[in-house]
Design a protein around this ligand. Structure first.
Ligand SMILES: [Zn+2]
Length: 118
């Protein structure tokens, strides 16, 4: 089994379980890790198992939903920052990034401070 498939299997099995527990499971099957790190993108906050490289495949967990996903933190950051491109707007009041209202961008309300940013 390749590493991606293996991590997906583990991420699925331990979905919503504490990420430090998942790290211990990886260590037990001889996957070397470097602790739990924090990642904040314009859209989400994650904890992830540090594999030592920005684009190394790893398990991340959304802080709010506790969903586990398999990707690299570099890819997630790019996806949730740059690839949103035109769909992303920054609140002029509090600085938070969010997706614009697709139906009517003038009706975009800041998720954080509730100001109208459209
Ligand atoms: Zn705001």
């Amino acid at each position: 089994m390749d590493k991606f498939s293996l991590l997906e299997k583990i991420a699925k099995k331990y979905n919503k379980k504490p990420i430090d527990k998942i790290e211990k499971i990886l260590n037990r099957i001889n996957i070397m890790t470097f602790g739990i790190e924090f990642l904040k993108t314009p859209l989400n906050c994650y904890e992830y198992i540090n594999m030592g490289e920005t684009y190394a495949i790893t398990i991340l967990q959304n802080i709010e939903t506790k969903e586990t996903i398999v990707s690299s933190w570099g890819d997630i950051l790019e996806e949730e920052t740059y690839c949103q491109g035109d769909n992303l707007i920054q609140c002029i009041y509090c600085g938070r990034y969010m997706l614009i209202n697709e139906k009517d961008y003038t009706k975009t309300i800041c998720e954080s401070c509730k100001n109208d940013v459209g």
